[in-house]
Design a protein around this ligand. Sequence first.
Ligand SMILES: NC(=O)C1=CN([C@@H]2O[C@H](COP(=O)(O)OP(=O)(O)OC[C@H]3O[C@@H](n4cnc5c(N)ncnc54)[C@H](O)[C@@H]3O)[C@@H](O)[C@H]2O)C=CC1
Ligand SMILES: O=C(O)[C@@H]1CCC=N1
Length: 276
Amino acid sequence: MADAHSPSLPPILLVGCGKMGGAMLEGWLAEGLAPSVIVDRHRDTLPAPHRLVRDVADLPADFRPGLIVLAMKPQKVAAAIAAIAPFAAHAPVLSVLAGRTVGGLTDALRAHMPAGAHPVVIRSMPNTPAAVGEGMTVSYAPPHATAAQRALCDRVLSAIGRTAWVEHEPEIDVVTAISGSGPAYVFLLAELLEQAGVEGGLPPALARQIARQTVSGAGVLMQRSGIDAEQLRRNVTSPGGTTQQALSVLMAPDAWPATLRAAVRAASRRARELAS
Ligand SMILES: NC(=O)C1=CN([C@@H]2O[C@H](COP(=O)(O)OP(=O)(O)OC[C@H]3O[C@@H](n4cnc5c(N)ncnc54)[C@H](O)[C@@H]3O)[C@@H](O)[C@H]2O)C=CC1
Ligand SMILES: O=C(O)[C@@H]1CCC=N1
């Protein structure tokens, strides 16, 4: 099979190219890194020369990826694991599946491999800003992963944003609830600001423009200035002014502090449930 991978990287097999796999692919393509082969049942097209295969079972047995990225829904992995196992004999598996543990995926792969096989699964939690190179991915590697396997994953992930590693796997469930799901909370903020603008009498197009630019402008300011979020918030809050009035509503103990904490706990709990 012809490979369309970057010459300095081994061939990458991306299994699942939906919202998250697709965001990673977009980010990689913008950086000139490309998976060699993408497996997805529902994608019709990909920019040439990327190779699209419908099912892992359709991959030629002699294909030798250097990295296998799993990006299907956690509930869909079981059906694909037997077909992935032969490739995992030669390459680490980088899973971005919410909840699914290194131990669970490793055992599932081993059940389809010769006795004594030691597949390496590295668990990562990216987010969709990866599509524009602004992702945040946190990863966990089990002790038997080699430094080279870890470095390969970090290289591939740092092409689409920032990376960090944790030493304790359960932390990935908390990461999932903050940076994995977090873009949705921020987009919800933009949606709600837009709605509030319309309800306040603004033309819808203007409400949309100011909501979007406020969220993205605040994000860029936070990133470029490096100033703490708290200080940036204080910089907007004039004593006795408008922001202080709004924040007295949002920062009431039973408002955002309580609801965001509850939201993150609910998402972490769901990540733990998705383990099995
Ligand atoms: N959407 C997000 O923001 C994030 C998602 N994730 C994780 O990424 C994974 C994928 O999530 P989404 O992209 O949102 O889901 P999605 O449903 O958009 O994409 C999954 C893709 O996998 C494909 N697929 C399913 N079974 C397959 C198989 N056997 N072989 C090949 N392809 C197969 C589907 O056709 C689909 O296009 C999940 O495990 C999720 O936990 C992680 C971080 C963020
Ligand atoms: O909602 C989910 O389960 C996935 C994981 C993090 C973001 N999306």
